[in-house]
Ligand binder design. Structure first.
Ligand SMILES: *Cc1c(COP(=O)(O)O)cnc(C)c1O
Length: 615
């Protein structure tokens, strides 16, 4: 068979290599980025006839492909331009890898022995049919050989269990935009279905669950499972949920395919670079900068200074200095006057209902009510700092941001709260803001509904900068708890299994609202609004009644409310004992080695890529 492409749009992929220098090595990697250019200049015929828009149309259509990074987070949007973008990046990259491989080896038959393509979420899934296309249509290999090579060189990392975030492209879009790719996907789907049917003796529910094409849609995660040599989650809990729940049937059929690689972040970037005071203390105590290459063996040396008064004092002074730096930054950036003596209690992450910024709001309003009832109540000054971007089309997320701003306006202007309670919403949360905030943070809010956060990496950034976590047993918080124990973090709330059980027996948030007077008062307050006159009855309705299709309190904020308030109380009581607090903080830094990016990469090398990796 000879495939001939006709009437296609040509787009020129222009590589732009960023060189990434390693630390403590002479090796440098190239991160290849692509720009999209039109291979044809503007149409001078049309231009000279005065049709300026039409003259530049083809060029504009080609160049728009690489213009935007889609801002949706943990949500899938079936946009045509997005699919074109995915295919563009995938095709350019696979062609580039294949070209280099042929230059080196003169053949593609050993491609899978020399290359691994790690699919980071489902966005680059089209590498599977694209590599098949190149191996068959361009290199002339037969299906079985091409499949052997492809399925042994591709591995898939899943990043979410949220159904609304799993990509499913409409068949019609795939068919009209990428007809040859569609043909190949169909054949992959057919053979996969044959295999599944044989394994499960025709059990229809399994065939439906595992199908690559179903109900007029292409399911990208299932395509990855079918075409990949490994599937991994990004924390121990998340990988277990993939095995036992989300991809249960696929895992029963091919259990050895399913792995875990817990995420990591870089101590060089998220500690040494942004927190020079702490970096200096660690060097002094561990005898040099060895921790930058071996955080897992060097940082634990800090543990033995837990009773060294001077060290604890220094740790407290470093944090205090970083808080002042951040307060100055916040004043300059947004005109906020943050009290540097207050507890810096921070929740920064993308805005999403499952991350439960709203739960934190409920708790702050509860403290506010206590202050209203007892204006002379003795509390340590407490400053809540939020930062979060919302996807443009995520209306509820934007309502929650507005609510936080209404609440901040109310609390920061109420004399009762003076020197006791503050709320700030920092705009434009991004890495450069995180870099000033992490070293200054004392409390890290990691309060997602158990089972919903795949890993989290913000949690790790806070930990290595000495903040203490108030959190649920979710994502990588589980591994954090394993190294810290109950005594070095503030855990609360339902566990993954309990969330499921409560759903199964019929969760009724309205009962909690009726029975818990604190919660009742908080929700009524949100319902009636704040001094700026904005009411948030829509958000209260979502919690108590549910709104068009989504169940009442889908993320179980009300079920965890009392436990969360109690955890925050434990936190505040501990804060009053600064020696104890600094000890806990030191233990957090000392045990953050497991979250090193180098450890994560070593795990990929060992368990998925099967390449030697010097530790
Ligand atoms: C680390 C980071 C995140 C991820 O935070 P999570 O709390 O893990 O969701 C998001 N945005 C920015 C700017 C970050 O630096």
């Amino acid at each position: 068979m000879h495939v001939v492409n006709e009437d296609y749009t040509r787009v020129l992929a222009v590589p732009c290599d960023m060189f990434i220098a390693g630390y403590g090595t002479t090796h440098t990697n190239a991160l290849r980025l692509w720009d999209a250019k039109s291979p044809t200049p503007i149409d001078m015929g049309l231009f000279s006839r005065g049709d300026y828009l039409k003259a530049g149309e083809e060029k504009a259509m080609a160049e728009v492909i690489a213009k935007v990074l889609y801002p949706e987070d943990n949500h899938y949007e079936g946009k045509s331009l997005r699919l074109r973008q995915q295919y563009f990046f995938v095709s350019a990259t696979v062609q580039s890898i294949v070209r280099k491989h042929i230059q080196a080896y003169g053949t593609l038959t050993n491609f899978h022995e020399k290359n691994v393509i790690q699919i980071n979420d489902t966005h680059p899934t089209l590498v599977i049919p694209e590599l098949m296309r190149i191996l068959m249509d361009d290199a002339g290999l037969d299906w079985d050989t091409a499949w052997h090579i492809t399925s042994n060189s591709v591995a898939y990392t899943n990043h979410t269990v949220l159904a609304e975030a799993l990509e499913r492209w409409p068949q019609t879009l795939m068919e009209t935009l990428l007809p040859r790719i569609w043909q190949i996907i169909c054949e992959i789907a057919r053979r996969w279905q044959e295999k599944v049917t044989a394994y499960y003796c025709g059990d229809e529910s399994k065939v439906r669950n595992m199908a690559v094409i179903w109900d007029g849609e292409v399911r990208m995660a299932n395509l990855c499972i079918a075409g990949g040599t490994a599937v991994n989650g990004v924390s121990a809990l998340h990988s277990d949920i993939l095995r036992n729940d989300v991809f249960r049937d696929a895992c029963s059929m091919e259990p050895e395919k399913f792995k875990n690689v817990t995420n990591g972040i870089d101590h060089r970037r998220w500690l040494a670079e942004i927190n020079p005071g702490l970096d200096k203390l660690i060097r002094d105590l561990t005898g040099g900068d060895g921790y930058l290459l071996h955080p897992g063996t060097e940082l634990p040396k800090l543990d033995k200074f837990a009773n060294d008064k001077e060290v604890l004092l220094r740790l407290g002074q470093i944090k205090r200095a970083n808080k002042e730096t951040f307060a100055k930054y916040a004043k300059k950036a947004q005109g906020f006057l943050i009290n540097p003596d207050a507890i810096f209690d921070v929740q920064v992450k993308r805005l999403h209902e499952y991350k439960r910024q709203l739960l934190s709001v409920l708790h702050i309003i509860h403290i506010y009510h206590q202050l209203q009832d007892h204006p002379n109540m003795d509390i340590h000054p407490h400053t809540f700092i939020f930062g979060a971007k919302a996807a443009p089309g995520y209306a509820v997320a934007k309502r929650i941001i507005r609510l936080i701003n209404s609440l901040a306006d109310q609390i920061n202007n109420d004399p009762i709260c003076k020197d006791k309670l503050q709320v700030f919403f920092m705009e434009n949360y991004r890495v450069s803001l995180a870099e000033v905030l992490m070293p200054a943070s004392e409390v890290s809010q990691q309060i997602s509904t158990a089972g919903k956060e795949a890993s989290g990496t913000g949690n790790m950034k806070f930990m290595m900068n000495g903040a203490l976590t108030v959190g649920t047993l979710d994502g990588a918080n589980v591994e954090m708890h394993e190294v810290l124990g109950d005594e070095n973090m503030f855990l609360f709330g339902l566990k993954t299994e309990e969330v499921k059980e409560m759903r199964d027996i019929g969760y009724n948030p309205f009962n909690l609202y009726t029975r818990d007077p604190n919660l009742h008062r908080v929700l009524d307050h949100i319902n009636n609004g704040f001094r700026d006159g904005v009411r948030y009855d829509d958000l209260v309705q979502r919690l108590l009644l549910g709104v068009n299709g989504s169940p009442a309190d889908e993320y179980m904020l009300l079920a965890d409310f009392a436990a969360y308030c109690a955890a925050e109380r434990r936190m505040a009581e501990t804060y009053a004992d600064q020696k104890k607090w600094n000890q806990m903080s030191l233990h957090n830094i000392a045990r953050s080695g497991i979250f090193a990016a180098d450890r994560s990469i070593a795990d990929y090398a060992e368990t998925i890529w099967h390449v030697p990796y010097k530790k």
